[in-house]
Design a protein around this ligand. Structure first.
Ligand code: PMT
Length: 403
């Protein structure tokens, strides 16, 4: 019972994902939470208050007053009662009201009155989710300090497939438990993380790159930052928005830029995580001007790039901790173990291109952690934020085996 005595105010808005609120309520109640549910009027078209009140064992509110008596459903009291306010699913329409401070219904008025942390689990079709107005409203509410539970990818009610599904109730439950358990266990730690791809110039308009999005490294940075660490995130070209007061971003392009940025901060770091997909080779002599297509074929001579992790591994000081990643397509374990030793990592996180949903670009990953001691830890396919959590818990155990 990991949520014993915790008060969860669960708000349900009009979305096909509203049916998942029933399962989520069951999971929360099973963990010992007191769950008070409020609904927007459009949520009533998707799930009945009777279902939710039966599962939460409390009346469900959806308007400012009780019909029978005209008595007021006090949104200020509801907002103050809760230890956490969770809106799941959150529709695009309610999201825009939250961003604007619109309080035309009980749910949005309660949101404005809540003093507790707020978690938002958006659910919508993939094109709606990517629409600039929705992206900008999400950025606005994140700026207000709300915790966004990113939509997951998969089949959508429209029949399309992509990102937009409400985070699965099991994953939301984990986030809530983590939120309450989370102490500032990395307070005072300085951590460098390399993330994203590198781009190696062929000429002023072309480059050699790779498919890394930066998601895995950013998930690690956000997890550690929320646990109190100060993060130097050295990020190759990426579209991800990162916004946390504990994260300082150094945007870089090439391997050389990434190396210079990492070398500058490395001596002051307690922990370094090498999650970037770095180019092993770079054009030996990039053209100063755009290469014209005069020839039938052309060759580019490549030279070996610096290996950032190996180079910093050679100057690793007593007490510094290095975590590496390995992205493999074949002989995965053997290659990962060889990199663990060769680059002087304390542990290495293997992700394989043979596991669907793992590695580059996905919102999910599946990894195996290999420790210097020979110990091995295999995970399921999980959102990258959950994988980051497992990696950091493993790090914590290694730094502080007693706890
Ligand atoms: O960014 P995402 O889309 O979320 O994808 C995440 C990821 C797949 C990029 C990430 O999980 C990952 O596996 N990163 C490392 C990928 C990689 O390049 O692995 P590698 O086996 O080539 O390199 C081994 C280690 O050495 C890595 O820690 C790498 O950062 C580091 N390295 C490699 C080459 C180099 N020149 N310098 C390095 O520091």
């Amino acid at each position: 019972m990991q949520l014993q005595g915790k008060r969860v105010l669960l708000a349900v808005t009009g979305s096909i994902a509203a049916y998942k609120a029933a399962h989520l309520t069951r999971l929360l109640v099973k963990e010992g939470a007191e769950v008070q549910i409020i609904m927007s009027t459009s949520a009533l078209d998707f799930i009945t208050p009777l279902t939710l009140s039966t599962l939460s064992k409390r009346p469900v509110y959806h308007q400012f007053h009780k019909n029978e008596t005209g008595e007021w459903n006090n949104h200020v009291e509801l907002g103050l009662w809760a230890d956490i306010f969770l809106i799941a699913p959150l529709s695009a329409s309610t999201l825009s009201k939250l961003a604007q401070g619109n309080s035309d219904n009980l749910l949005t008025a309660t949101y404005l009155s809540a003093r507790c942390p707020v978690m938002l689990a958006p659910a919508m079709d993939l094109d709606m989710y990517q629409h600039p107005s929705v992206r900008s409203n999400l950025a606005v509410v994140k700026e207000y300090g709300n915790i966004i539970l990113d939509a997951e990818s998969g089949e959508l009610a429209s029949g399309l497939s992509g990102q937009g599904r409400m985070m699965e109730p099991e994953h939301i439950l984990k986030k809530i438990i983590h939120h309450f358990n989370k102490s500032k266990d990395f307070e005072g730690k300085k951590i460098m993380i390399t993330a994203g791809p590198t781009q190696e110039a062929i000429d002023p308009v072309r480059f050699i790159g790779n498919h890394s999005s930066g998601k895995m490294g950013v998930a690690l940075a956000e997890n550690l930052a929320s646990r109190g660490a100060k993060i130097d995130l050295i990020l190759g070209p990426s579209h991800i928005e990162v916004n946390h007061p504990n994260i300082k971003i150094s945007p870089v392009t090439s391997t050389q830029d990434m190396y210079k940025a990492a070398q500058a901060v490395h001596p002051h770091m307690d922990i370094c995580i090498f999650a970037a997909a770095v180019a092993d080779y770079t054009p030996a002599d990039p053209a100063k001007e755009k290469i014209k297509k005069n020839e039938e074929s052309m060759s580019i001579v490549l030279k070996k790039n610096v290996d950032i992790a190996a180079s910093l591994g050679r100057v690793k000081k007593e007490g510094q901790f290095h975590i590496g990643f390995a992205l493999e397509t074949n002989q995965e374990e053997e290659n990962a173990q060889a990199k663990l030793k060769k680059k002087n990592f304390d542990f290495i996180v293997l992700n394989s291109m043979n596991d669907s949903g793992a590695g580059f670009k996905h919102d999910t990953n599946k990894v195996t952690i290999f420790h210097q001691s020979g110990q091995k830890q295999v995970t399921d396919l999980l959102p990258k934020s959950a994988i980051a959590d497992l990696i950091i818990d493993s790090l914590k155990k290694q730094l502080d085996p007693e706890n």
